[in-house]
Design a protein around this ligand. Structure first.
Ligand SMILES: Cc1cc2nc3c(=O)[nH]c(=O)nc-3n(C[C@H](O)[C@H](O)[C@H](O)COP(=O)(O)OP(=O)(O)OC[C@H]3O[C@@H](n4cnc5c(N)ncnc54)[C@H](O)[C@@H]3O)c2cc1C
Length: 497
């Protein structure tokens, strides 16, 4: 877990890079991919054991149309540009994109007034095709919504993606283009000499670079403070979600938001690109930025809130709950700046929603900032294309035949709920950013994300990983230390590793 994974650079400590990126969420990975097109040596330092460990893991995966940000904010045009880039980006990376649109639902005339304000914002922001639709159209197009629905704002340019595989694919494309990823490297110091950044200390080791890009999510303020800056205030806000069984189906055919709540876009009932139904996304400020545990009270608030929109949800079909933490700021806007006080430090802070949507556009803007610090020269041949390895269940019949011919272990199903094969797990272990923890295999393949929450597949995953990696199962962690799931063999010598 502690070492970099991109081939020959087992440890980059002490090396000099052109650029260090702090944090491997969607923003850090999108920036890494963008900069990988240039003749640069780049290291991404991530405190956790794999990519997709922060906010980017716990979001709604909606590619927002752009009706929500206030005109004039930094985030409004980034939302619009990111939305416009997402379809082609996903196609090039082999990531699922679904042009489903969204509704924001009102229950009465007063709320319809809020929809009109949102429509005005949408129009100023440049959102195409947004309009208010009446109750009949809402009920005709979403027959499972409750009778209390009055009208809705329809935003057809919004979409959904496989958010976790998007981050992995961005990171992989960066990695195959030479970017080094160093996991388990928490940045604890930023070194500044004569007003310019010179590097960081991460995982107790020194990494040197004249440009440091701070994409540490909910910790961006801490990294700014390490550089001696007066940071913007991050007020973490959690959002909790219920997940229904895939067999229960998609209750709606697009995300259906309720009108915005303070600090959030409104509690939403949404399908996923995998076929689940999800409800949630409350927005509650918290003191502890590390605590992403769900709470019975918070989930009950979500259940009560959504009951008007979807009165007939069968809570007997729930399979999981999760919580994400937003790096919200008092003014609700993004801060994307090349620091005026510390030359070479670029801060990408306060990237709460719609940060997933905006990430590719943020990456372009950061590229332009870097160009002013360190003139960029395109690499010979440009950015090498890359597509994330598809999982067996998503392959066509012919692709399945070929995959089985190349790796017959695709014939063994490891995760029954999500239909993940042994071949998928082996592919995850061999990927450009190889999975080394159970959670890394999970975010890549969905093994353990189904109804049994891993009860069926955990022991199989452990033995496959142990065999393929040549390590005892008790050295395989769920995610970051200490998170072992087995502690040793009960019969010494029974496990061959
Ligand atoms: C509940 C919820 C719902 C959301 N829904 C949507 C949505 O539907 N659509 C949308 O567009 N956006 C949505 N968002 C927002 C979106 O998820 C975020 O804007 C986006 O993920 C931010 O990405 P990031 O890379 O900035 O942060 P993160 O994903 O948090 O990445 C930061 C990384 O930095 C690492 N790190 C932190 N400190 C250090 C350190 N000291 N050293 C090294 N590494 C460090 C962390 O481990 C983490 O991996 C939602 C967010 C939440 C929480």
């Amino acid at each position: 877990v502690g070492d970099t994974v991109t081939g020959e650079h087992a440890s980059g400590a002490g090396r000099r890079y052109d650029i260090i990126i702090v944090g491997a969420g969607v923003v850090g990975c999108a920036i890494a991919r963008q900069l990988a097109a240039y003749d640069l040596s780049i290291a991404v330092l991530e405190k956790c054991s794999y990519v997709v460990s922060g906010q980017s893991k716990g979001n709604g995966a909606v590619i927002h149309g752009g009706h929500d940000p206030h005109p004039g904010t930094v985030k409004a045009p980034l939302n619009i540009r990111g939305n416009a880039m997402m379809r082609d980006l996903c196609a090039s990376l082999g990531v699922t994109w679904w042009g489903c649109g969204v509704y924001v639902v009102a229950y009465d005339e007063r709320e319809q007034g809020i929809l009109r304000q949102l429509l005005d914002q949408a129009s100023v922001n440049g959102v195409k095709g947004a309009r208010i639709i009446d109750r009949d159209e809402v009920r005709r197009t979403e027959p499972n919504l409750g009778p209390a629905v009055h009208s809705a704002l329809s935003v057809p340019s919004a979409s959904m993606v496989d958010g976790m595989r998007l981050v992995i694919a961005l990171a992989e494309q960066a990695a195959v283009n030479g970017v080094e990823f160093h996991f388990a490297r928490e940045v604890t110091a930023v070194h500044v000499e004569h007003g310019a950044v010179t590097g960081v200390t991460a995982g107790g080791e020194r990494f040197n670079a004249p440009v440091v890009i701070n994409c540490a999510g909910v910790n961006t303020d801490l990294v700014m403070r390490m550089a001696g800056l007066e940071p913007l205030r991050i007020i973490p806000r959690i959002g909790q979600y219920w997940v229904f069984d895939r067999d229960y189906g998609m209750i709606v055919s697009r995300p259906c938001f309720q009108v915005p709540i303070p600090g959030g876009k409104g509690i939403v009932l949404h399908p996923t690109v995998h076929g689940n139904t999800v409800v949630g996304g409350d927005s509650v400020p918290v003191d502890d930025r590390t605590d992403t545990g769900t709470t019975a009270e918070g989930l009950e608030v979500v259940r009560r809130s959504i009951s008007r929109l979807a009165p007939n949800l069968d809570y007997g079909r729930l399979i999981a709950a999760y919580c994400g933490i937003r790096s919200a700021t008092p003014d609700g806007d993004f801060l994307i700046e090349a620091s005026a006080e510390v030359r070479g430090l670029v801060n990408v802070a306060g990237i709460a929603s719609p940060g997933l949507t905006a990430a590719p556009a943020i990456a372009e803007d950061v590229r332009d900032m870097v160009d002013r610090l360190l003139p960029l020269k395109e690499r010979a041949g440009g950015l090498r294309p890359h597509r994330i390895q598809p999982v067996f269940r998503d392959m066509s019949g012919a692709e399945k035949e070929e995959a089985l011919r190349l790796d017959p272990t695709h014939g063994t199903v490891v995760c029954r709920c999500e239909y993940v094969t042994e071949g998928d797990v082996r592919a995850a272990l061999l990927a450009p950013l190889p999975a080394r923890t159970l959670d890394a295999v999970k975010v890549r393949t969905r093994a353990g994300m189904g109804r049994c929450s891993g009860a069926f597949d955990l022991s199989r995953l452990l033995s496959i990983m142990s065999r393929e990696l040549g390590v005892p199962p008790w050295t395989i962690l769920k995610n970051d230390p200490p998170s072992s799931v087995v502690i040793g063999d009960t019969r010494p010598g029974a496990v061959d590793a």
